[in-house]
Design a protein around this ligand. Structure first.
Ligand code: UT7
Length: 325
């Protein structure tokens, strides 16, 4: 099996910023409540005309440039998203066309907040087994398009953005382990009820606001802490490492209190945890890869460092991945 690593990263955030003060004018909430309960101060919101593939394109061009790879050299494109441009074709195929990456085969992965770790693990398998050489893995969301801006329980949480990683064979290090899990029995805790084959779009589903995210946050919160802690422990064990060996943890950014509770259970110091939730909120599939890209640019990730990615979300799905940079 070949060693596979991330050789380039990139990210894109839409220009418009929605602050907690802006939200105070839209729903019955306060900056104080949002900061204390979530850690979020602002989030980026895509323009009306900006689709997920448009954001993915910008992040991809940056990642390809940092990897010094041309779109024509890509063999595989995987887009992790729960907000595709449209039900079909896949956002990965739309992106392939924008990039003119004609050699690549392309598909989307739907695993919500764990989406990037799922897609990364799938791409790794293809390269490790020699099925392809270079892969582009994206996490992108336009969550603003499925957010109910009248529901204070959810609308204060989400943001839009895209992150991208180029994967290839590496001589040493790379992805040391990855652990994925799912529990479909708790799917109703976080869902968009309509718009699929169960409840196709109709006047009735639109009137009932069923095309927006519905979440039972309190119940999810407790599962998130336990599951992210467990996923981190398993991925580290598989890599033959312990928490003390980790240089930087890149957790899914759903709630600062979830992240800190997990850190406490794992006995991790706060300075080993990368946070961007304050400025971006929860961007589902895009959160971990945007955070990784920003951490690399800020010099928080050095050659030889042990990085732990850890995420949890709708499905339920979860995943953790250990990378030697
Ligand atoms: O992306 C991965 C999956 N997602 C998650 O893992 C999210 C996990 N859940 C959470 O992050 C938290 O549960 C939330 C941030 C969503 C909510 O925080 P909480 O501390 O669990 O609050 P709560 O749902 O228990 O609500 C407490 C109170 C309620 O009022 P009452 O019933 O006690 O009078 C809510 O109605 O806070 C109220 N509330 C708000 N108040 C002001 C809920 N949303 C807001 C708001 N502003 N935006």
């Amino acid at each position: 099996m070949k060693k596979v690593g991330i050789i380039g990263v990139g990210e894109y955030l839409p220009k418009k910023i929605l602050t907690n003060a802006d939200l105070e004018k839209m729903v019955d909430t306060s900056d104080e409540w949002i900061v204390a309960r979530t850690g979020i101060k602002e989030r980026h919101i895509a323009a009306k005309v900006e689709a997920s593939s448009d954001m993915a394109l910008q992040a991809s061009l940056q990642a390809l440039e940092s990897a010094r790879i041309k779109p024509q050299d890509l063999d595989l494109i995987i887009v992790a998203t729960i907000t595709p441009d449209m039900p079909l074709p896949s956002t990965a195929c739309v992106l392939q066309n924008s990039l003119q990456a004609k050699k690549a085969f392309c598909f989307d992965v739907s695993a919500a907040c764990a989406g990037f770790i799922y897609a990364l693990t799938v791409a790794q398998q293809f390269i490790a087994r020699g099925g392809c050489k270079n892969a582009l893995v994206i996490g992108v969301e336009k969550l603003s398009s499925i957010t109910d801006w009248k529901d204070r329980n959810t609308c204060v949480l989400f943001g839009d953005g895209a992150g991208a990683a180029v994967l290839s064979e590496v001589k040493s290090g790379g992805i040391l382990s990855s652990y994925l899990g799912s529990d479909g029995s708790a799917g109703e805790l976080l869902m968009v009820p309509a718009g699929g084959s169960r409840l196709p779009a109709s006047h009735d589903t639109v009137d009932k606001r069923m095309h927006y995210v519905k979440m039972r946050g309190n119940e999810l919160f407790k599962i998130a802490v336990v599951t992210m802690t467990h996923a981190a422990q398993i991925a580290l064990k598989q890599a033959g490492l312990e928490c003390k060996d980790v240089d930087l943890v890149i957790p899914h950014q759903a709630n600062i209190r979830i992240i800190m509770a997990m850190a406490k259970k794992l006995k991790l110091c706060e300075d080993k945890i990368y946070l961007n939730i304050e400025k971006h909120g929860n961007m589902s599939s895009a959160s971990t890869i945007i955070a990784l890209s920003q951490a690399v640019k800020e010099g928080r990730v050095k050659k030889g460092d042990i990085i732990l990615l850890d995420a949890f979300g709708s499905g339920l799905t979860w995943g953790a991945c250990v990378i030697k940079w």
